[in-house]
Design a protein around this ligand. Structure first.
Ligand code: SF4
Ligand code: SF4
Length: 323
């Protein structure tokens, strides 16, 4: 039976809310079918006050073994490096994070904030927030670039704002069943099984993307056009399985007619949310998107765009939904 401890730092609890909606497997399945022993969770744990402090002390001293340490939210270091803006069980949370990470067999960062700092680390970052092993895309973060858990693994990053519940439960099952070392990670320590492909992979708008036809308004479902050309969709540049492993088992942002904002990438929120950068494609000379499909140069993109527009059939310019 694998033991699991879940703590929250600078967090909105969004990843916990998401986790509780998991279906394949569900949060209950983790306990009943996969034998995970949840030592404590801030929303689910029944222990309070001194009981929690005693349990944490037992884990840190090694009396109670810890297999999986899950951290949600940023590590808060303000003010002046003391971490006292985020106190927990009589100490700055950052001190617990350092000690618990040191005794855990595997450490999992859940959500953008724990992975790379996320929205709290956006300038001017008043809480001096960092992720466990990254600050934005710079490796290091709170635990440092060379951190390894007791099983010799770096922090396993499961990003997203929030992350999809099934990404979480499936990785926890892999770790709990002794397959942690089989989880192939990418350059940003994300499990490749989820983050090798793009949000665009499986998007129902790809035909409009190919023919360079843009939609004219949000929320049009799959009726018209692609969200890339005007509404800032980051689907071609964002590593996520959001159109392979659907949300609520039935949809995704782009299927519902809203652009992907790239929440699984360390630069999220892009452009530090400066006015005019959200839900709006950034362009050169008002025409050419500044960023395009990962792995495609600007000249290739332009050649493809011209050919796509010339080839676009009439149906690609029409409303596809007829009652
Ligand atoms: S750019 Fe966005 S909306 Fe368009 S096909 Fe790609 S993921 Fe879908
Ligand atoms: S579609 Fe994009 S912004 Fe939405 S959850 Fe997926 S990666 Fe994040």
């Amino acid at each position: 039976m694998a033991t699991l401890l879940w703590l929250q730092g600078g967090a909105c609890s969004g990843n916990t809310m998401s986790f509780l909606n998991a279906e394949e497997p569900s949060a209950c399945d983790l306990v009943t079918d996969f034998g995970i022993d949840v030592l404590w969770h801030p929303s689910l744990g029944v222990e309070l006050g001194d009981q929690v402090k005693a349990m944490l002390a037992d884990i840190v001293s090694g009396k109670k073994p810890l297999d999986i340490f899950v951290f949600e939210g940023t590590v808060i270091r303000a003010p002046h490096g003391t971490g006292r803006y985020n106190m927990f069980a009589d100490r700055p949370m950052k001190d617990w994070v350092a000690e618990l990470s040191g005794v855990a067999n595997a450490v999992v960062a859940l959500g953008d904030c724990a992975c790379w700092g996320g929205i709290p680390a956006t300038a001017p970052n008043p809480s001096d927030s960092v992720g466990l092993q990254y600050l934005k895309k710079n490796r290091g973060g709170y635990l440092g670039p060379h951190f390894k858990s007791k099983w010799g693994l770096p922090v396993i990053n499961i990003p997203g704002c929030p992350c999809h519940p099934d990404w979480v439960t499936q990785i926890l099952v892999a770790i709990a069943s002794g397959r942690a070392k089989d989880i192939a990670l990418d350059d940003l320590q994300r499990p490749q099984t989820f983050f090798k492909t793009f949000t665009q992979t499986g998007c129902t708008r790809v035909q409009f993307y190919e023919y360079k036809q843009h939609t004219h308004e949000f929320g049009q479902g799959t009726r018209t056009g692609c969200l890339f050309y005007e509404f800032g969709c980051r689907g071609p540049m964002t590593h996520s399985p959001c159109n392979r492993i659907l949300w609520n088992r039935q949809s995704s942002k782009t299927r519902a007619g809203m652009p992907c904002t790239g929440c699984t990438e360390p630069e999220f929120p892009f452009h530090d949310l400066m006015p005019g950068t959200v839900f709006k494609t950034q362009k050169i000379a008002g025409v050419i998107p500044k960023e395009h499909q990962t792995g495609t140069g600007t000249l290739t993109y332009m050649a493809h765009a011209v050919a796509g527009r010339i080839a676009a059939p009439q149906w690609s310019k029409e409303d596809m939904f007829v009652v």
